[in-house]
Design a protein around this ligand. Sequence first.
Ligand code: PRX
Length: 636
Amino acid sequence: MLPYQMRTFDGYLDAYRRSMEDPDAFWADVAGHFNWHRKWDFVSRSDFDNAQFSWFGGAMLNITENCLDRHLEDKGNDIALCWEPNDPAKAVRKLSYRELHREVCRAAEMLRWQGICKGDRVCIYMGMVPELVIAMLACARIGAIHSVIFGGFSAQSIADRVEDAGARHLICCDGAFRGAKEIALKDIVDDALVRCPAVANVIVFRHTGCPVRMLEGRDHWWHEVMLNVDDQEALQHPAESVDSEDPLFILYTSGSTGKPKGVVHTCGGYMVYTAYSFANVFQYQPGQIHFCTADIGWVTGHSYIVYGPLCIGATSLMFEGVPTWPDAGRFWHVVDRHRVDILYTAPTAIRSLMSFGEGPLEGKDLSSLKVIGSVGEPINEEAWQWYHDQVGKGRCPVVDTWWQTETGGILISTLAGVTPQKPSFATLPLPGIFPVLLNERGQEVTALHENGYLCMAASWPGIIRTTYGNHERCRAAYFNQFPGYYFTGDGAYRDENGYYRITGRIDDVLNVSGHRLGTAEIENAINEHPEIVESAVVGFPHDIKGQGIYAYVVHTPDIAQPDALRNEINETIARFIGPFARADKIQFVSGLPKTRSGKIMRRILRKIAEGETQQMGDVTTLLDPGVVEEIALNRL
Ligand code: PRX
């Protein structure tokens, strides 16, 4: 048991009280259980007005020594990473702590050979293979900043991210397997890099064996550049000593503007927070197998496949495939095959599997499961109950974990078996986390069951440090609306026990199958189509995806084939963002409801998309109220 693991509800209350009375002492206690090259001069400094936060100031460390080296003596032969391939007939790969350490040291040495230095940004576009984890940790080992790009993003999205990060290095795979599909990742990278002449170095890991073009001088095979590495030298090369506040990674996420933000996390605070939250929320015990089904292209994979579990010496299972291939029993097969103790997945996956009924669960032994978790969007009661009854067999605590890319780790969640659970409630904050609900005027909402804007009244070690290359954007997005608070962009209310229920985004951000997408981003993509005049995108409730994408589109006159245009619009979205951002519904309209100042009245469009065609509220401020009637009448 870890010294900072709370094991009883009283222990939780006591820790919460201590974190309130003396937050710095509380976090210093937790941070004392990690390896630092140099101890901190101060624990924390927060300046909310300027969005400046430091944790463990002046301390020096290398996060990979905490993830790997320090486990070698006691757990060198324990499995660190267990890889379940897309095709269940192919071989599972298991890397012990000693093996993972060795591979990371070798890859770090290879990156040094490639001229990559501390502070350089390295974009990674690999799909779910163990070498992705090795590449991330190798970057961290030498103090380079990784920016993992989700494998579903298009060439344009890759180019935008590579450029924004000013990256000159990229690591990718030849291809990736996803269910029955094989995706030619390197071809997509080639398309992207036409737009990024600054990228001088591409390292390609061979995974699927599909044919790829290699650009002389720029592209190198991973296995070939690895030949330069002398294993002994690699193992002896010390890990780079970095400042606690040096960036560890950039991860792009959507906000309410059209351009994704590069969320920056730094080394010391992120390490402490992911390990602390992982140990407490999931109540991880030595020897257990933790299976987080997320893709490492999103923050959940960063924090709860890679850094959190490895920091505490856990066995982390990563899965290359999809939940419904070769059949809808795949997750259950993985749980059974590996005797998984902790399963952490998303409501969209739960709802999708639920739609296949109990058949796929039959014959699968899920008795190893101890804790089951959910993340990414509000989980509806029906899905919670099914997960609890059918998967957890009524005996596993369900942890509904609320957090964001910007928060680094879980902030509000049941601690499995330690604090109470309640269907579709994230419940209580972790010790050290101080949520408040505010109304538009910035006053605290104290009434029960009343919705407010979810904010944090104090900083925590995993808080976002900046948006890469544009600090003002970070300040304006999260610290401006309510001075003195971090603003999450989510709405929430509290019940009589003080449990939080998250009600969803209150800004123009959609959550589609757990993918976070700005409506403005989708609109920008649609508007790239030459026959589109303008568009407005809103979300609507979707049984499986949580939210679906509803696009209202104005096209140029004389379109002969509306269905063909719909397909083209979706292809345009796929080209500019990625296939996962395709619209579920595209309604052609003659105009959009706008105020006299030209602002689109999204409230009305949301209502129509949700099926409300009668009670539109006040439409008198609209430039052309008639357009609303037309839109409502032709609703899809
Ligand atoms: O709206 C909240 C929702 O997902 C958003 C964060 O998305 P992202 O940065 O992509 O990170 C997802 C994984 C941490 C939040 O603003 N969200 C996340 N978890 C929950 C949730 N909504 C309700 N309940 C949750 N457990």
